[in-house]
Design a protein around this ligand. Structure first.
Ligand code: PLP
Length: 428
C-alpha cells in the first residue's frame, strides 16, 4: 500500500514545484521521499504515517527549546488574541530590541524583518549606503539566504568578480560580489591589499553551517577584523544560524570578535518568521526614515512572531542553558565517533554549542574544497539507515545538524544505537 507520505508527495509535486517550498526539503541530495510531518513535541516528530522520529534538524535551527514548548505556545496564543498584526509599532518590538542589544551588545541599533534572507539583504544595502561602495566579499560555501547579490560563486581567478550561482540573477549584479575561500588568510590579505578601499562589506557565517559545519580559525577572524577596520569596510557577521545557537551572545561572544553589523534569524523567532539586522549606531543611522537607505516590511516586527521569539530568548537565558546544550551535543558527537570507530568507518564529528557536523572522512574539513572530499555516498546510506531507525538528520551531507534543550540522554543513547546499526550496514 502506498504510504500517506508518498501520496502527499505525489500530490504536492503536481501543485508545488518539486513538491516542496524550499529545495533541500526535497531529498534530492540523498534520494527517496521527503517526510511530511504532522506533529512535533520536544525532541520528537511524527510523520503523516504516524512514525516517530528524534529530530536533529529542529526546523534548521529555530527550535532550540524543542517543538511546541508550552511557554512559547502560550505566548503565541496570548499575542494572537490581541490581533495578529498592526503594521504599527508595539512595545513587544522594543522589548525585543532591548533584549537583542543586551545579549549582543555590538547591535547598538536593530531593525526587525521576517526572514534571514531579508536581514542579510538589508544589511548589505546598509553597508553599501554607508560606505558609498558597491563591491562586497563573501566566502565559498557560506549561505546567506537567496538575495541576488549573494547567490554568487567565484569567477575564474582571484580578484575576478563573481558569476551567478542561480539562473535569474543578472551577471551585472553578481559582478559586484567577490567570493573567497573560508579560513584562507593569505587570500584575504592579497584581496584587501589590492582592492580593500573599494569593498563595502565582508559577510560571513562566523561558524559555517551551510556546508556541513566548518569552524573558523581564530587568525582568520582576527585578520578579517583588522583588515576591515583598516580599510573602512563593514564587517557583517551573519549569525542567522549561530545567533543564540552556539552561545548566548552568538559566535562573536564565543570568539571574541566584534563585527560592525550582525544579522539574526531562526532562534530569535522561536519557529515563527523573525529576522533582524543591526550594528553600530552610526551605520544603522543611514536607514530610512533617518537616512537615505530604504528598507521596509508590512509584517516586520509582527506581534505574534515576536512573542514566540521573545519567550524563546527569555528561556535560553536560564543559568547553564548553553553549558548543558553544548555538553549534550558533545555527548552525541562522542557517541557517534565511538560507534564509527568500532565499525572501522572513516568518520569524524564536531560541534559548537548546539550545532554539529558529521563527516565521512578521517579529517575534519576547514574549507568548502575540503568538504567536497568527504564521502557523500557513505553519508547518504547512513542517512537512510538512520531515517529507517527513526532518526531525522538533515537530508544532505552539506548541512549542519541541531540539538535542542529537549534532547534527553535517552534520545542520545537511542541515536547512538541507531548509528551503530547504520555504520555496521555501511561496512557490510
Ligand atoms: N543566513 C544563514 C547563515 C542561514 O543559515 C540562512 C538560512 O538557512 C539564511 C541566512 C537565510 O535565512 P532564511 O531562510 O530565514 O531566509
Amino acid at each position: 500500500m502506498t504510504s500517506r507520505n508518498q501520496q502527499l508527495f505525489d500530490l504536492s509535486q503536481k501543485l508545488i514545484p518539486g513538491g516542496v517550498n524550499s529545495p533541500v526539503r526535497a531529498f534530492r541530495s540523498v534520494g527517496g521521499t521527503p517526510i511530511f510531518f504532522k506533529k512535533g513535541l520536544g525532541s520528537r516528530l511524527w510523520d503523516a504515517d504516524g512514525k516517530e522520529y528524534i529530530d536533529y534538524i529542529n526546523s534548521w535551527g529555530p527550535m532550540i527549546l524543542g517543538h511546541a514548548h508550552p511557554e512559547v505556545v502560550a505566548a503565541v496564543q496570548q499575542a494572537a488574541a490581541n490581533s495578529l498584526s498592526f503594521g504599527a509599532p508595539t512595545g513587544l518590538e522594543l522589548e525585543m530590541a532591548e533584549l537583542i542589544n543586551q545579549l549582543v551588545p555590538s547591535m547598538e541599533q536593530v531593525r526587525l524583518v521576517s526572514s534571514g534572507t531579508e536581514a542579510t539583504m538589508s544589511a548589505i544595502r546598509v553597508a553599501r549606503g554607508y560606505t558609498k561602495r558597491n563591491k562586497i566579499i563573501k566566502f565559498e560555501g557560506c549561505y546567506h539566504g537567496h538575495a541576488d547579490a549573494l547567490l554568487v560563486k567565484a569567477g575564474s581567478g582571484l580578484l575576478t568578480f563573481g558569476e551567478p550561482s542561480s539562473a535569474g540573477v543578472p551577471a551585472e549584479v553578481a559582478a559586484h560580489t567577490l567570493t573567497l575561500d573560508y579560513n584562507n588568510v593569505q587570500m584575504l590579505q592579497d584581496t584587501f591589499s589590492s582592492i580593500g578601499d573599494e569593498i563595502a562589506c565582508v559577510i560571513l557565517e562566523p561558524v559555517v553551517g551551510n556546508m556541513n559545519l566548518i569552524v573558523p580559525q581564530q587568525e582568520f577572524l582576527q585578520t578579517l577584523r583588522s583588515l576591515c577596520t583598516q580599510h573602512g569596510t563593514v564587517l557583517i557577521f551573519d549569525e542567522v544560524m549561530t545567533g543564540f545557537r552556539v552561545a548566548l551572545g552568538g559566535a562573536q561572544a564565543l570568539y571574541g570578535i566584534t563585527p560592525d553589523m550582525t544579522t539574526l534569524g531562526k532562534v530569535i523567532g522561536g519557529g515563527l518568521p523573525v529576522g533582524a539586522f543591526g550594528g553600530r549606531k552610526d551605520i544603522m543611522s543611514v536607514l530610512a526614515p533617518l537616512g537615505a537607505v530604504y528598507q521596509a516590511g508590512t509584517l516586520s516586527g509582527n506581534p505574534v512572531a515576536v512573542s514566540a521569539g521573545l519567550t524563546t530568548l527569555k528561556l535560553v537565558q536560564a543559568p547553564g542553558f548553553y553549558e548543558k546544550l553544548t555538553a549534550q551535543t558533545s555527548k552525541l558527537m562522542d557517541g557517534l565517533k565511538a560507534a564509527a570507530q568500532n565499525s572501522g568507518i572513516a568518520f569524524n564529528a564536531q560541534s559548537v554549542g548546539g550545532m554539529f557536523g558529521l563527516y565521512f572522512s578521517h579529517n575534519i574539513p576547514a574549507s568548502y574544497a575540503e568538504m567536497l572530499q568527504t564521502d557523500k555516498t557513505a553519508f547518504n546510506s547512513f542517512f537512510h539507515s538512520m531515517l529507517d531507525s527513526g532518526i531525522y538528520l538533515g537530508p544532505s551531507a552539506f548541512e549542519a545538524g541541531f540539538v535542542s534543550a529537549a534532547h534527553t540522554d535517552a534520545d542520545i543513547a537511542a541515536t547512538v544505537a541507531a548509528a551503530e546499526k547504520a555504520f555496521a550496514a555501511l561496512q557490510a
